[in-house]
Ligand binder design. Structure first.
Ligand code: MF3
Ligand code: CO
Length: 287
């Protein structure tokens, strides 16, 4: 999202967070189905049709369709496209591509928003490393979504993780966001920064954290369609996103089927892939 004037951060009741969880599970399931459908030859319009069928079949509403005139249910961003790629019959996936699939759904007026980048068949080692680094950076940020932490603790954790994994560009022109009764709410959630700044995180807040890492320069360019954001240098990009709630028992990843358990376990158990040493972060703790 882009940044606007800041509003107070919306605080949700446990019942409202439960509605957001329903939306999150629809998004998680839809992304699972889409990831399974990814194969050489499928068009991004085919993926969009699958997404709309899954979301509406679950009794939810696609949140992207019609958002500021956006024409589709999901965003499909292939290779050098970073975010907000528009599904098209003309775009067919090929072996060696990577595709960010971004999906949002509304249940009872409450939003869920998540994205993952999927490789089409085997991809170059450098590209596989980019995807792993971006997903790990996301989980490092999610682990900081605990009451009492500051917003920039999340940003700092994302940046620190990304840098520990390798020499990746961190996109700065697009950021994560608050989420609740709208998809994009305050506060903006940058993917870089010093720790200890910004609002204190409180129970009942919900955030969408979405790092975008690239193999080259993090400079972006907007295509003539008015939506698709690409790397200025044409280098490949990765994008992962989850919606997380700040709860009394720590971060609850609403768009992960298991609430984040396995993602946080992986983060604790696996060393960073890059050259730098990286102490494992504790889920929900301030490390
Ligand atoms: N999930 C995207 C984000 O977090 C939103 C897509 S914008 C839309 O920024 F217009 F495509 F809906
Ligand atoms: Co988002």
């Amino acid at each position: 999202m882009r940044t606007r004037r800041e509003q107070p951060i919306q605080i949700k009741s446990p019942g409202q967070i439960a509605s957001m969880r329903k939306a999150g599970l629809v998004v998680a399931h839809t992304l699972d189905v889409l990831a399974d459908a990814v194969e050489p030859g499928i068009s991004t319009a085919d993926l969009d049709a699958i997404a709309e069928r899954e979301i509406r079949g679950a009794g939810a509403v696609p949140s992207f369709k019609g958002y500021h005139g956006y024409p589709a249910t999901i965003c499909t961003s292939v290779n050098e496209q970073i975010v907000h790629g528009i599904p098209s019959d003309a775009v067919r996936l090929a072996a060696g591509d990577v595709i960010s699939i971004d999906c949002g759904a509304i249940v009872d007026g409450w939003h869920g928003d998540a994205a993952r980048t999927v490789a089409v068949g085997p991809v170059a080692g450098e590209l596989a490393g980019l995807l792993l680094a971006c997903e790990r950076a996301l989980w490092s940020g999610l682990a900081q979504a605990s009451a009492g932490n500051r917003l920039s603790d999340i940003s700092h954790a994302v940046e620190t993780s990304a840098r520990a994994s390798g020499r990746y560009g961190i996109v700065r022109e697009y950021v994560g966001h608050g989420i609740g009764t709208e998809m994009h709410m305050d506060p903006p959630v940058p993917n870089h920064g010093r720790p200890g700044n910004g609002p204190v995180l409180r129970e009942g807040m919900a955030l969408a954290i979405e790092p975008m890492l690239v193999l080259g320069s993090p400079q972006t360019r907007l295509l003539d369609d008015g939506w698709t954001v690409v790397t200025a240098d044409g280098s490949r990009s990765a994008h992962f996103e989850h919606t997380v709630a700040v709860t009394a028992s720590g971060p609850w990843v609403l768009t992960a089927e298991d609430g984040g358990r396995s993602g946080f376990e992986r983060l604790r158990g696996e060393p960073a892939t890059g050259q730098a040493e990286h102490p494992a972060a504790g889920a929900g703790s301030r490390s």
